[in-house]
Design a protein around this ligand. Structure first.
Ligand code: SER
Length: 889
């Protein structure tokens, strides 16, 4: 039975029994603790825990899932796939254990010609949670299973949760005995002989934090008793298709076949190649499905998983001896199989394949560049008798050749070596810190940071700007051109460090505060604020009045309006980020941002342009959050705590022990952030998205105005529409049609004009041909046509005139016109003229020289032009002169 048929029967069976068919949720998980959906129940969690009222009492779905924890196992066992589908039926406080068992048993054992799966009852077993007597009773009564085919197992096997706090419950599984060749009698643990294929979870508890499958506390009961079942679609497929493992089912095997064809190697020869073929087929399918759901290859989170899958597939093909681009061959084969259940893949295939092929291209470049270095490193390591590749080598491969560490580890393992990953990581960390210090120093304008460090040694600058906008303070020191100086006078621009300051130093995308620092007879205008070394805030100031000295008492005051707008913009950035992720999914992660009063922009991981409807939706979600007046707050915690909380952190950043988490409306938006923010989301004011564009492969940029700037922007747009409306004498809503109509009419008119101009130009031909000048026996027509004749028409004219002239005398025709300020010339000769050794190409070059340009062509017709229209008449006489010269000389 085809996989798509198994799927169809499942949905049909449960739909016939009152279940609403719900489409699969996309692969990326909305839960920040999980990268991808790993179970069918994930999208129903709010119904199980009572957060939302379910719109239906029963549901059924086939959920796309990706699990990559066991990626190393793929191809080695019979059942580890990275992408798989889980058929499920769900009850939200409706039916419970008895019906769940009844439905599952009926569908599994009903003959195939009656719409069931037709499994032989005599080889089926049920496992139950060890103390669940009720389930045992039901299996006996409803399924007629004898005692010796019901097995009680512990929490590890028969208690199910998502691996994170949330709903959970005891479960019961249907197992199939595949026979003694797959393992020992009653060995439930090994998993191959007694293969579990349908898990019925009696979802009734809620669990807390804790590791492993049995190391967490049960916190209590769910409001209702629910059912969540999961039937492994691939498992049923390989059982019903009579193959040994999931890689050989109809949805996957054709890719293996194609790979054997490409590589010329055999599959099924019990060779290590088998694993490679399976890795290829499994990973290609997973990549197809992931890209289909909007994931793009990247260096973090889901993007990294995808990159790793693609790279492992490509490398496996290379290990199988196939060096050419392979995805272009394999991906379409996978599509052919998967489109039966996912027709949307066909329409999306342009985008999907583009992403995949580009990644392969990039990876091939990486491999070519780094493999030699890798090989040398392996040789040296082995020669020295070591078994470990140095961290420094792994770092060099990463830093210079873009080899991800996983790849180095895998390639080293193939050579029997391991890698000093600790050494690698510490070098990575050093490099990140160096880069940051360099960037800060550059920003502050000095590569030499000794002046800053000298001031930093006197202590950390206290930042008071979260609580107040002005602070009394003291000048700790100042720097001129990077060196500590005792004083600065009026008119100078220097850098000042205060004991404490309310001025926000540029960081996290937010630009520095503006304002004044005042003292006794002293006025400093703050031009910029930076943190060139950790713990030190430096103000770049212009001394507007007085003399600035170290030790001066001062009053530092941020421009109030500036800060209010800056807060609006920064909170607006968080709001847009949260809205983006809500609309596009959790993969739309920020990769950079910039905000200043009234304006914000945010770069995020995404590979395609957002269509106008999506853009409006993001804007709408953002403005709704603003309108809801969500509270904005900040708190400090450790990084692991922040992660547990689902706070978003930027990849590659190094954070302090204590991090600051800024929340907007509790979990609605949680980000690690040191910036300044409004107190309530409504204070962001209006927010209007003005643009969306690409800023490199896989990265888009969204821009918006906030607060008054948003209103000004809309006001400008309104004025523009009014102006257009007045000028075009149309109501605003009629403008698009009006403009389209005008453009069309203009196009028609221009065409007509062009036709008429050409006709007019050509009309002159007869007259011109009648009146040539005799230049030492050569009939010469040198004509300046009206302005505006294009090259094509000039050529037509020249040829027409030539054709009308008698062929028994040598003839030269030169026509010239100035089009858009640029002169162009065409020269045509008849055969006799050429016998007289005249050449159109030579003549045109002479003409073009006078026009300040160049030209050329064949002997009979040539074309040229220039930039100097003033030389037009000279050009024609120069041609005449050249003819005379040639003929007489
Ligand atoms: N949630 C259970 C599982 O994933 C049953 O759907 O196995």
């Amino acid at each position: 039975m085809e996989t798509s048929e198994i799927r169809r029967r499942f949905l049909q069976y449960f739909e016939d029994r009152g279940h609403t068919v719900v489409p699969s949720a996309p692969l990326p998980s909305p839960d920040p603790n999980l990268l991808f959906n790993v179970a069918g129940m994930a999208q129903f969690v709010p119904y199980f825990v009572g957060q939302q009222t379910p719109p239906y009492p029963r549901a059924t779905s086939v959920q796309k899932c990706v699990r990559t924890l066991d990626i190393e196992e793929v191809g080695k066992t019979t059942r580890h796939g990275t992408f798989f589908q889980m058929n499920g039926n769900f009850s939200f406080g409706d039916y419970f254990k008895e019906d769940a068992v009844k439905f599952a048993w009926e569908l599994v054992t009903k003959p195939q010609n009656e719409g069931g799966y037709g499994f032989d009852e005599s080889v089926l077993y049920a496992s139950v949670y060890y103390e669940d007597d009720e389930a045992i009773d039901i299996w006996k009564r409803v399924a007629g299973l004898p005692d010796d085919r019901i097995v009680r197992l512990g929490m590890k096997d028969n208690f199910w949760s998502m691996g994170i706090p949330g709903p959970c419950g005891p479960c019961s599984e249907i197992l199939i005995d595949r026979g003694p060749e797959f393992g020992a009698d009653r060995d439930w643990e090994a998993g191959d002989r007694y293969l579990e294929f349908w898990n019925l979870v009696f979802m009734q508890n809620i669990r807390g934090e804790g590791g492993g499958k049995d190391g967490y506390p049960i916190l209590g009961e769910l409001p209702k008793k629910n059912i969540d079942t999961g039937l492994g679609l691939e498992r049923v497929a390989y059982l019903l298709q009579g193959v040994d493992n999931m890689y050989e089912i109809d949805e996957i095997y054709p890719v293996i076949e194609k790979a054997t064809e490409l590589t010329g190697r055999k599959y099924g020869a019990e060779h290590e190649d088998d694993v490679r073929f399976r890795v290829v087929a499994d990973h290609v399918r997973s990549a197809l499905m992931l890209i289909g759901d909007g994931v793009t290859p990247g260096n973090e989170q889901g993007g990294y998983v995808l990159r790793r899958l693609l790279r492992r597939a490509i490398r496996s093909m290379r290990l199988l001896g196939y060096e050419d681009p392979s995805l272009v061959e394999l991906l379409p084969v996978s599509l052919e199989q998967m489109k039966k259940s996912y027709p949307e893949l066909v329409t999306d295939f342009g985008r999907i394949s583009q992403v995949a092929y580009a990644e392969e291209e990039a990876f091939r470049r990486t491999l070519t560049a780094g493999t030699t270095i890798f090989d040398v490193a392996v040789r040296d390591t082995k020669a020295s008798g070591a078994h470990q590749l140095e961290g420094a080598k792994a770092f060099q491969l990463h830093d210079t050749y873009g080899f991800p560490i996983d790849l180095t580890i895998e390639m080293a393992a193939e050579q029997g070596l391991n890698v000093d990953t600790e050494g690698f990581r510490s070098l990575m960390k050093e490099q990140r810190e160096r880069a940051k210090a360099d960037a800060r120093a550059k920003k502050a304008g000095h590569a030499d940071t000794s002046g800053y460090r000298e001031l930093r040694e006197k202590g950390v600058t206290e930042f008071t700007g979260y609580q107040e906008l002005s602070s009394d303070s003291q000048v700790r020191g100042l720097l001129r051109e990077g060196a500590v100086a005792p004083f600065a006078e009026q008119g100078e621009t220097v850098e000042v460090v205060l004991e404490k300051t309310p001025f926000y130093a540029e960081s996290g995308g937010q630009i520095a505060d503006e304002g004044l620092i005042l003292g006794d007879g002293l006025k400093l205008k703050v031009l910029d604020v930076q943190r060139p070394v950790k713990g030190l805030i430096v103000h770049k100031v212009e001394v507007v009045e007085g003399v600035l000295r170290a030790g001066d008492d001062v009053h530092a005051a941020v421009d109030h309006e500036w800060r209010v707008s800056a807060c609006q913009a920064h909170s607006g950035t968080h709001v847009v980020h949260a809205a983006l992720r809500q609309v596009l999914g959790p993969n739309a992660l920020q990769s950079g941002s910039y905000n200043k009063p009234g304006y914000l922009r945010l770069d995020f991981a995404w590979s395609s342009a957002l269509d106008p409807a999506t853009r409006s939706e993001i804007e709408e979600v953002a403005n709704l959050a603003v309108r809801k007046d969500l509270p904005v707050s900040a708190q400090y915690m450790t990084l692991p705590e922040a992660r547990d909380w689902g706070a978003l952190a930027l990849f590659g950043e190094t954070y302090d022990e204590q991090v600051r988490v800024v929340e907007i409306g509790g979990p609605w938006s949680r980000e690690l952030c040191g910036g300044t923010h409004v107190k309530h989301s409504s204070q962001v004011g209006a927010l209007t998205v003005t643009g969306e564009s690409s800023v490199g492969a896989g990265v888009r940029r969204i821009e918006a105005f906030v607060g008054m700037e948003a209103l000004h922007y809309l006001g400008r747009e309104r004025a523009l529409v009014r102006l257009l409306s007045e000028n075009l004498k149309a109501r605003p809503e009629e403008l698009p049609a009006k403009v389209a109509d005008l453009a069309e009419r203009l196009r028609v008119a221009e065409k007509e004009l062009e036709r008429m101009r050409a006709a007019q130009v050509l009309e002159a031909a007869a007259e011109l041909a009648k009146d040539p000048k005799d230049v030492f026996g050569v009939q010469y027509v040198g004509h300046r046509a009206p302005d505006g004749v294009n090259g094509g028409d000039l050529r037509k004219l020249a040829l027409d005139v030539r054709g009308r002239m008698p062929s028994d005398k040598p003839a030269v025709v030169a026509v010239l016109s100035v089009n858009d300020g640029k002169p162009g010339v065409v020269i045509a000769l008849n055969d006799l003229a050429r016998e007289w050794r005249l050449k159109a190409g030579d003549l045109v070059r002479i003409a073009a020289e006078k026009l300040g340009g160049r030209g050329g062509g064949k002997d009979d017709v040539a074309q040229g032009g220039g930039t100097d229209a003033a030389g037009a008449d000279d050009a024609l006489s120069a041609v005449e002169h050249a003819i005379g010269h040639q003929v007489t000389g």
